[in-house]
Design a protein around this ligand. Structure first.
Ligand code: FAD
Length: 439
C-alpha cells in the first residue's frame, strides 16, 4: 500500500506517524514544499520577539527523526503541483516526477488573504502565512523603525506585541470596529485599552493602497496615511484547497468537505487540519476551524482511518488562547454576536471579578458567558488573570452540551490563593439563572 501525504505540518506529520505505527510495512511518503516538517507556526511571534532564539527550535522534531525513528519517506523542498486519480506530480529543483498512490491525504494548511490593492506586492510588505516567513519578517523587523500591521485578529495582535517587544513603533490598522472581531464589544474594549498603552491602534479603517519608491514607505487608508518601513499583513486566512479542487468536493466554508473519518467525497482521499472542514460542536454544522490542536487530532483520526482502523473526529469548539502583555485572552464556543448570527435566542452576562480570596494578592478576570434562552451554554470569553483554567472548565461543559445549571453546579474547587469560593464562572452562571427561568 502506498500513501501520499501533501503537507508536513501538524496534521500531515501526525497522520503519517499514525499510519506507519499501525501499518509498518506500508510506504508512507510526505511531500513538503518548505525545508521543514512538524513546524510550529504558533511559535512564530515568540521567535520574532526574541523569546525563542533559534528558528529551528520551533520544529517539534527534525526531519531525520521522522525518517530514522518512524520510518517515513519525507521529501522536503518538494512541491506537489498537480493531483489526479491515484497519481500526483511533484516538483523538486525544477524537475517534475509522478508518484502513484493508493491513499492520499491533503494536509496543505491555510493561506493568507491577499489585500488585493494595486501595490500590495511591493518590497517591505510581508504576509505571515507560513512558518518560513518568520525569518524574513524578523530580519526585516530588525532593520525597521516603524511597522504597520494590517489586521488585528489573533495573529495581528500577537505580531504587534512581538514587534513592540522588539522596540519598534507599531501601528495596527483594523477594518472592523474592534480588535479580535470575533469577541464581543465589551471584551474587545478591554484589549483595546491595553493595546493602546503600547501602540497606535486604528479601528474602522481600511487599507486601500501602499506607496514607496523602491520599497513600501507609506500605507494609505480610507481615512489617513501612515509612514512606515515595514508592513506585516495579517488580514485573515483561508483554507489552501487549490490542489484538491479537481478531485474532491469543497464545503460551504471553502474548506475540503470531510466526514467524521476525515474522508473526502473521494473514498481514497482524506483531508485534515486547516485545509479541511469539520463540525462545530456548538452549532453542529460543518465549519472551518483552523487551529493547531484540532489539526493534530484531525491528522490522528485521518491516519487511523487511512491505516484501515476506525476512529471518528467529533469536531471542535473553536477554542482559542492568546495574550497581550499581561492580559490573558481566551474564548470557546460562540460569542454573543456569533450566536445571534446563527439564529439562537440568546442571553448573556458580562462580569468583572477577583480571581482569588480578597485577603490575598488578587487579579481581575473579565468574563462573558453566552447561553440559549432554554439554558444551553453556547460560549465563554475571558480576559485578565486566570483565563486558561476558566476556559478549560467551560470547554469540557460545552463539549458535553451542558447548561447554565451545569456551569453553576460543576464542582470547581476553592483554594484561597487560586480561586474564589464562588468562582467567577459560577457567579456568571448565577447571573444567568433569572434570564433562563431558574430560581
Ligand atoms: C503566526 C501564527 C500563529 C499561530 N498561533 C496559533 C496558536 O497560538 N494556536 C493555534 O491553535 N493555532 C495557531 N496558529 C494556527 C496553526 O499554526 C495552524 O492551525 C496549524 O499549523 C495547522 O496545521 P496544518 O498541518 O493543517 O497546516 P500547516 O501547519 O500550515 O502545514 C501545511 C503544510 O503544507 C505544506 N504545503 C502546502 N501546499 C503544499 C504543496 N502543494 N506541496 C507540498 N507541501 C505543501 C506547507 O508548506 C505546510 O508546511 C497560528 C498560525 C500562524 C501563522
Amino acid at each position: 500500500m502506498k500513501v501520499a501525504i501533501i503537507g508536513g505540518g501538524a496534521a500531515g506529520m501526525t497522520a503519517a506517524s499514525r499510519i506507519k505505527a499501525l501499518q509498518p510495512s506500508w510506504e508512507v511518503v510526505v511531500f513538503e514544499k518548505s525545508k521543514y516538517v512538524s513546524h510550529a507556526p504558533c511559535g512564530v511571534p515568540f521567535y520574532i520577539s526574541g523569546m525563542v532564539e533559534h528558528f529551528e527550535e520551533l520544529c517539534t522534531y527534525p526531519t531525520e527523526y521522522f525518517v530514522q525513528e518512524r520510518g517515513l519517506d519525507v521529501r522536503t523542498q518538494t512541491k506537489v503541483v498537480e493531483v489526479g486519480d491515484h497519481y500526483l506530480i511533484a516538483e523538486k529543483d525544477g524537475k517534475e516526477y509522478t508518484y502513484e498512490w493508493d491513499k492520499l491525504l491533503f494536509a496543505t494548511g491555510a493561506k493568507a488573504e491577499r489585500l488585493s490593492t494595486k501595490n500590495d506586492e511591493m518590497d517591505g510588505i510581508l504576509y505571515v502565512d507560513n512558518f518560513e516567513k518568520a525569518r524574513e519578517v524578523k530580519s526585516a523587523a530588525m532593520k525597521a523603525n516603524r511597522v504597520v500591521i494590517v489586521g488585528s485578529g489573533y495573529i495581528g495582535v500577537e505580531m504587534a506585541l512581538a514587534l513592540v517587544k522588539l522596540g519598534k513603533r507599531v501601528t495596527v490598522i483594523e477594518a472592523s470596529e474592534r480588535p479580535l472581531p470575533e469577541y464581543d464589544a465589551e471584551m474587545a474594549a478591554i484589549l483595546k485599552s491595553e493595546m493602546e498603552k503600547y501602540l497606535e491602534l486604528k479601528l474602522s479603517e481600511k487599507v486601500i493602497d501602499f506607496e514607496g519608491k523602491d520599497k513600501v514607505e507609506k500605507v494609505i487608508t480610507n481615512k489617513s496615511e501612515y509612514s512606515c518601513d515595514l508592513v506585516v499583513v495579517a488580514a485573515g486566512m483561508s483554507p489552501n484547497t487549490k490542489l484538491a479542487e479537481k478531485i474532491v468536493k469543497i464545503g460551504k466554508k471553502g474548506a475540503i468537505k470531510t466526514n467524521s473519518r476525515m474522508q473526502t467525497s473521494n473514498e481514497d482521499v482524506y483531508a485534515a487540519g486547516d485545509c479541511a472542514e469539520s463540525i462545530n460542536l456548538v452549532t453542529k454544522k460543518p465549519d472551518w476551524i483552523a487551529a493547531a490542536a484540532p489539526a493534530n487530532k484531525m491528522g490522528y483520526v485521518a491516519g487511523v482511518n487511512i491505516a484501515g482502523k476506525e476512529l471518528h473526529y467529533p469536531g471542535s469548539l473553536k477554542s482559542q488562547f492568546s495574550s497581550f502583555m499581561d492580559l490573558e485572552i481566551g474564548k470557546t464556543g460562540l460569542s454573543e454576536h456569533e450566536a445571534v448570527k446563527e439564529g439562537y435566542d440568546v442571553v448573556s452576562t458580562f462580569i468583572t471579578s477577583r480571581t482569588s480570596a480578597k485577603y490575598l494578592p488578587n487579579g481581575l478576570i473579565h468574563l462573558k458567558v453566552v447561553a440559549e434562552r432554554n439554558g444551553r451554554l453556547l460560549g465563554v470569553q475571558a480576559m485578565g488573570k486566570g483565563v486558561a483554567m476558566r476556559i478549560y472548565g467551560a470547554i469540557v461543559l460545552l463539549y458535553n452540551n451542558c447548561s447554565i445549571k451545569d456551569l453553576f453546579f460543576a464542582d470547581f474547587p476553592y483554594y484561597p490563593p487560586l480561586t474564589r469560593v464562588w468562582d467567577p464562572l459560577v457567579i456568571a452562571a448565577r447571573n444567568l439563572f433569572r434570564k433562563v427561568g431558574l430560581p
